[in-house]
Design a protein around this ligand. Structure first.
Ligand SMILES: NC(=O)c1ccc[n+]([C@@H]2O[C@H](COP(=O)([O-])OP(=O)(O)OC[C@H]3O[C@@H](n4cnc5c(N)ncnc54)[C@H](O)[C@@H]3O)[C@@H](O)[C@H]2O)c1
Ligand SMILES: *[C@@H]1O[C@H](CO)[C@@H](O)[C@H](O)[C@H]1NC(C)=O
Ligand SMILES: *[C@@H]1O[C@H](CO)[C@@H](O)[C@H](O)[C@H]1NC(C)=O
Length: 350
């Protein structure tokens, strides 16, 4: 028997019952619950409940009404989160998910589990991603490495909704196609990260009025985690002047800076008429910028009588030296996790 959750208006209880529900409608009864009520739950009259959407059951001889709902009811039951990767972000998320009444930890996977075992109860530890469906996740969140999506992304989308924390993986056309195809079953969710104005840019892309999009990221050299030629270019910076490390397509940039340009990958997915080849990315290392990560977004629209539509935003995120991820990013990622899921098949932003 699957678990059930008991509901009060708009609020979720702990899972508590597996009694087979006897369907009936009983408006205007006071809801009395025969078990301790968690502190974050308020109990009010059942008349406030939308009864027809639930299975209701009356215990014989008692004026007690229990409202039962299947665990996977998207609006009401806690969303079960599977976390893939247990680095900085994974650890933060696992903690926050456990604290949050509307989220529930389904599993945590890490490439090596030795240290995870000190932190987490055994019931949460997934040792083999192939078997992650055994943990019944509603949403799988990748916070490990772009390589995970290539290998497991389509499988994740068979099991649950999938939030791709490292969307730079999608710069590979093969990975993008395989995930878009697999998202015919469940939803693929892309965290906006430091990207601003996703909805507006998507609307322009839908209409075909988005002509250009450029995302510029400016950080202290120690805040970049780069590969190949960009790595050596960044290492050689010794003067106090800012250096442009890269300017060109986001497609080429993603494999060179996989941990830094998730925001640009999100931009390339939102600006789908331009895509990874059309959206421009620019990385600037500025030795004077010791306390901020800056992201500039320049949107260009159609030209009317010599005048071009344009929007430019500048996002200033407080960040410490050597921090690849700005402090506001953790909270923003958590809110993406909360917003993700339940929107059906296709690609969604959160
Ligand atoms: N979209 C966003 O807004 C956003 C924000 C922050 C981080 N991220 C991304 O999330 C991921 C994790 O970030 P973090 O700050 O926690 O990094 P981290 O380095 O602290 O943790 C990464 C974890 O994944 C593991 N890992 C690394 N390579 C792996 C591989 N090939 N296969 C399996 N596991 C691997 C590491 O051992 C570690 O446990 C990174 O890809 C990062 O780019 C995205
Ligand atoms: C997670 O796995 C990585 C190897 O990918 C390892 O270095 C790290 O210590 C592990 N983290 C924990 C908390 O076990
Ligand atoms: C995962 O499933 C396979 C077969 O489906 C099984 O052989 C393996 O033992 C399982 N692993 C775990 C950790 O349960």
């Amino acid at each position: 028997m699957d678990h059930f959750a008991c509901l009060a208006p708009m609020t979720l209880f702990a899972r508590c019952l597996s009694t087979p529900p006897v369907p009936c409608l009983l408006p205007h009864l006071t809801l009395v619950l025969p078990f301790p009520v968690p502190h974050h739950v308020s109990v009010t009259s059942s008349s406030a409940l939308k009864l027809p959407t639930f299975d209701a059951c009356v215990l014989p001889g008692v004026t007690t009404v229990l409202l039962l709902i299947r665990r996977h009811h998207p609006e009401m039951a806690p969303k079960r989160i599977g976390i893939v990767g247990y680095g900085h972000l994974g650890k933060y998320l696992a903690e926050k998910v456990k604290e949050s009444p509307d989220l529930e930890l389904a599993f945590v996977w890490n490439r090596t589990t030795s240290l995870v075992e000190n932190d987490l109860e055994d019931k949460y530890i997934c040792r083999d991603l192939e078997n992650c469906s055994m943990f019944s996740p509603d949403l799988i969140v990748e916070v490990a490495h772009p390589a995970i999506s290539k290998k497991f992304g389509p499988m994740f989308l068979e099991v649950a909704d999938y939030l791709i924390g490292s969307p730079t993986a999608l710069a590979s056309q093969e990975v993008e196609t395989s995930l878009r195809d697999a998202a015919a079953m469940q939803g693929l969710y892309i965290p906006a990260g430091a990207f601003w104005g996703t909805e507006d840019i998507m609307k322009m892309a839908d209409e075909g009025t988005l002509k250009d999009l450029k995302v510029t990221m400016i950080k202290h050299p120690s805040c970049f985690k780069l590969q190949g030629e960009l790595y050596s270019k960044n290492e050689q910076i010794c003067e106090e002047t800012a250096v442009t490390l890269y300017e060109g397509s986001v497609r080429t940039l993603c494999p060179l800076a996989p941990n830094n340009v998730n925001t640009m990958a999100a931009a390339a997915m939102a600006a789908h008429n331009l895509g990874f080849d059309g959206v421009q990315g620019c990385l600037i290392a500025d030795p004077q910028l010791r306390e901020w990560h800056i992201v500039e977004i320049e949107v260009t629209g159609p030209e009317i009588a010599g005048r071009k539509f344009s929007v430019k935003t500048t996002r200033q995120n407080p960040a410490n030296l050597r921090a690849v991820t700005g402090t506001a990013t953790y909270a923003s990622f958590l809110s993406s996790v909360k917003r993700a899921g339940g929107k059906g098949p296709g690609v969604h932003f959160c």
